[in-house]
Design a protein around this ligand. Sequence first.
Ligand SMILES: [Zn+2]
Length: 240
Amino acid sequence: MIDIFENIAPFWKNTVKAYASDVWNKRDITQAQKAFDKKALLFSRSYRLALEKYYAEKGMNIFRGTLTGKVNEWLVQQSALRDTLSIAIAQRQDQIVQKEIERYKNDESYTAQQMLNKIYDAKANENVYKVFSFKDHFKNRSEQLGDDNAYDLGTKINEGIITQFSDRYYWRTQRDRRVRSTHRQLANKCFLFSDPPTEVLKSGKRYTGNPGAISYGCRCFSEIAGKRAKPLRGYIVYEK
Ligand SMILES: [Zn+2]
């Protein structure tokens, strides 16, 4: 199961990154949007097939109609992400230019000419923002978004399948260093979808939810539990 998440998720991370890079560098945007939409379909299809196959091997026959709804919901979300990215990138680029202007105001040795060179001294036919590279300013952010959205689809499909067979699950984590301590405490415990656990952070913030949905950037997922498994009720974990 973890393999499915790990092997398929990078495709979406790379797609979101490639799209963001096109927008950042003001390449053919219509073309970039088309590629993004096409890859979203492709990605959701292959992710869904992989998970269906995984459960079919366990002898579970899946009612596919429910999954179509989940996948479509995710596709709508990705269209929104596509548009949000364009806005976020424009804002980030404005911020960068603003920062240069601030530096000019505060740093006497930084001349107007130097500032202008830095902002506008792009090579012929290059967009001015190329001076501020995508790699330095937006690559990580776009990868993070791609990753989160990839895992979100995995969670949606996975939950859509499990809830057809059971009302409870085991909490599973990706078992790497990025797993937060509260989720590590939830690992392998049984919960009801209708009574998810709560995490309380040091800051006092509380989040309640099922794997993947409990809090931002969660990559945990649920694994089916049989009716005999005893779920924990009203369960709370505290950040250490
Ligand atoms: Zn998690």
